[in-house]
Design a protein around this ligand. Structure first.
Ligand code: SAH
Length: 250
């Protein structure tokens, strides 16, 4: 898998993606990341990549031309020339107006061979880039960032940890939040008692079947507390639904 990040601020990534699990996996070449400087695709001597918006209003817009040239240099075809929809690759445009990123999308992208991310800036990117190429316009949440770089880091992290061998113990990821439409169960470690607070005794029992059931119940309870919206689509058993309804008021 290769990530290519198109940006005006290449230094943004030099620390963030080189840390911890993702940084180590990149070192081990479990995937590759190339940072591409959009200004390299400008043609004038000032390396201009932005301009004022048509229709007025303040701010600047990233021009379509340098992006078009950049995607062409990366080997992508415009839609009119066949596009890239049938390749195991995707171009993502980071955008507050995009479709919401999710664990499901992270899983889908992690199965691809190549993911290109375009980081917008200022007012955003000239809309025609989306018309020219097969592009997924993706938002990481309902708020506005000053640039697409943090969004690209978030998405690379979420996607890369799903690539085989990146996580030491992939099985543990199956219990993560959003892997089964629920949130993850609370976790605890030693000491078994701290400041008068004890770890639930079910977790100390050593009985794995009991622990699994207990964790599932805790995950459902936490989901009901923090993200009740997720429960509508969660795959709950009849018994779990019954218990949930009985405890609705808690
Ligand atoms: N005027 C735009 C916001 C531009 S913010 C609007 O109303 O939607 C500048 C850039 O930051 C965007 O082009 C995008 O690349 C990035 N960005 C901002 N918020 C984002 C979000 N929630 N998710 C992903 N990218 C975002």
């Amino acid at each position: 898998m290769k990530f290519e990040i198109i940006t005006l601020f290449p230094d943004y990534f030099s620390l963030s993606l080189k840390q911890s699990l993702i940084g180590k996996a990149w070192d081990k070449k479990l995937f590759d990341i190339e940072i591409i400087h959009l200004r390299d695709f400008a043609t004038d001597k000032h390396r201009t990549v932005d301009d004022a918006p048509f229709g007025g209003g303040g701010g600047m817009v990233l021009k379509v031309e340098p992006l078009d040239r950049c995607l062409h240099a990366l080997g992508y075809q415009r839609r009119q020339d066949g596009g890239n929809a049938d390749r195991p690759e995707r171009i993502i445009l980071t955008s507050a107006a995009g479709k919401l990123f999710s664990q499901r999308r992270a899983i889908e992208y992690s199965l691809l061979e190549r993911v290109v991310m375009i980081c917008g800036h200022y007012l955003g990117v000239d809309e025609r880039i989306i018309e020219l190429y097969d592009i997924d316009e993706v938002s990481i949440g309902d708020y506005v960032l000053s640039g697409g770089e943090p969004a690209a880091v978030v998405m690379v992290d979420a996607i890369a940890r799903l690539i085989p061998k990146v996580l030491g113990n992939f099985e543990s990821a199956l219990d993560d939040s959003h892997m089964d439409q629920l949130v993850g169960a609370p976790v605890y470690t030693r000491d078994a008692e701290y400041a008068g607070l004890t770890v639930p005794e079910e977790l100390l029992s050593g009985n794995h079947a009991e622990i699994r059931i207990f964790r599932r119940a805790q995950a459902i309870a936490k989901c009901a507390k923090n993200r009740p919206d997720l429960l509508d689509n969660a795959d709950l058993t009849k018994q779990e639904l019954k218990i949930l309804n009985e405890n609705k008021n808690d």
